[in-house]
Ligand binder design. Structure first.
Ligand code: ADP
Length: 453
């Protein structure tokens, strides 16, 4: 950048100096020429036939009077009749421009290169009278040639160019300091992040671009940070999931192992052995139920099977019939508020799980003589009960995996805390919202909102 500024300024100023020198020299030459012509005109006007004879001697005398200017006297036809510099006599001069003009217009003027390059000769010729005859008086003087003038200019031109180079170096330094410094400052500031500001309006576009870039980078960094947090969270959740499974499996396994050891030791009587076999069988079943539940829970995510129209009214009524014996056993009354022809986009097995989990929970976590109301319309499915309810601090957690309010209770009901987590997954798949409202000791209401207005 600095080199470029230096090069351009050098080029421009050198060109300017050369052009200016040539033009001013040309003007000066023209000025000198005009002055010389005026002088020659005055010289020629000083001729008087009374003072000078119209021959060589007269020419020489007139020349002396003019301080050495060359004088030529010519007759009416342009023949030289007197010449101050005898060795330069040329007989017929009528073809010379100044003489031709004088013959035609009364006076004429011409500049011709002399024998040397450094000098030109300026001639001025005027018509005059001698012995009643028309004659011509020509005066001439040397003047500097334009070439010589240019040659004289050369040393000062070179010194100007040297000064120019030095000037350009200084200019480049100052220019880069004042122009590039704010740009460098701006980039340095921008490299540090954050928003940059400039007082120079010319740099505001660059500042805007840098700010935009910085904002994008910050945005991307935040995105990466968010992704990193998600990965950490997913890892934590996976670890927690494994810890929960291990815990859930450990209880039946310990029980199976304990009873198996007792049986093999032969310390149990017939009745105790029978009890031990029963426990081993029930705990094995619990274990296989748990595994089935986990497999089912994981499959909901992986399953890419298509959704289709499901007659939810039919499925809900069937479910009520299935759970009726269990409800009766617990002395719970089921109230049917199911609308006809409620169709949703999902899959049969998923809807059976959703209905089953919500309605069974409402029966299981109920009180004797309580009620369960199942309400279904095209907007929502609402399962409410008059059961034990959920404490406010547990309301958010009930949809989490392996969450059970009361571990002993969960054991009694055979629940692993996966039912509502499965419901939440199924709803998310279809873009539905599942929520709970509850009051401890009074009952709970689970609502699945189909998102239709
Ligand atoms: P579980 O298999 O233990 O029933 P869920 O995921 O279905 O697992 O439920 C999680 C926990 O939420 C239950 O253990 C229970 O404590 C609580 N819960 C679920 N439904 C109800 C309800 N209708 N009334 C009161 N508590 C409930």
């Amino acid at each position: 950048m600095r080199k470029r500024i230096l090069l351009i300024s050098l080029l421009v100023t050198t060109l300017a100096i050369i052009v200016y020198s040539l033009v001013s020299t040309q003007l000066y030459y023209k000025l000198t020429e005009n002055e010389k012509r005026d002088a020659l005109e005055v010289y020629a006007s000083m001729f008087s036939e009374d003072e000078y004879t119209f021959d060589d001697a007269g020419a020489e005398e007139f020349s002396r009077a003019l301080g050495g200017a060359r004088v030529t006297f010519l007759d009416g036809e342009g023949n030289v009749v007197g010449e101050s510099e005898a060795d330069r006599i040329e007989e017929d001069h009528s073809d010379r421009a100044e003489i031709r003009d004088a013959m035609q217009y009364g006076s004429g003027y011409a500049v011709r290169s002399s024998d040397t390059l450094s000098r030109d000769m300026m001639y001025y010729c005027v018509a005059a009278e001698a012995d009643g005859q028309r004659v011509y008086v020509r005066v001439a003087e040397f003047m500097i040639s334009s070439w010589a003038m240019y040659a004289q200019l050369l040393p000062s031109l070179i010194s100007y160019l040297i000064i120019d180079v030095l000037g350009c170096f200084v200019f480049t330094f100052i220019a880069t300091y004042f122009i590039l410094r704010p740009v460098e400052d701006l980039t340095r500031e921008a490299a540090g992040g954050g928003t940059v500001k400039t007082k120079y309006s010319e740099l505001s576009t660059i500042a805007d671009i840098l700010n935009e870039r910085n904002r994008n980078i910050e945005w991307k960094m935040n995105e990466i940070e968010e992704e990193r947090k998600l990965v950490v969270r997913a890892q934590d959740s996976k670890n927690e999931f494994i810890a929960n499974i291990t815990h859930e499996m450990n209880t039946p396994l310990t029980s199976i192992k304990g009873y198996a050891e007792l049986l093999s030791s032969g310390m149990l009587d017939a009745e105790q052995s029978k009890q031990a076999y029963k426990t081993i069988a029930s705990q094995s079943e619990r274990l296989s139920n748990l595994i089935a539940c986990i497999i089912n829970y994981n499959e909901i995510d992986d399953d890419a099977l298509p959704a289709y129209d499901v007659d939810l009214t039919k499925l809900a009524r069937e479910m009520l019939a299935v759970v009726q014996p269990e409800a009766e056993k617990r002395r719970v009354t089921i109230i049917d508020k199911i609308d006809d022809n409620v169709i949703v986009k999902s899959r049969h097995e998923l809807m059976t799980q959703l209905l089953g989990n919500l309605i069974r929970n409402a029966i299981r976590y109920n009180k004797e003589g309580g009620t369960v109301t199942v309400e279904l319309n095209y907007k929502r499915l609402v399962v409410s009960d008059t059961g034990i309810g959920i404490a406010p601090e547990n309301m958010d957690k009930v949809f989490s995996r392996f969450f059970t309010v009361d571990k002993s209770h969960s054991g009694k009901n055979g629940g692993f805390g996966l039912g509502l987590a499965v419901c939440r997954k199924i709803c998310r798949r279809s873009g539905w919202r599942i929520s709970v409202q509850s009051e401890l000791g009074k009952g709970s209401t689970f609502t699945v909102d189909f998102g239709l207005r």
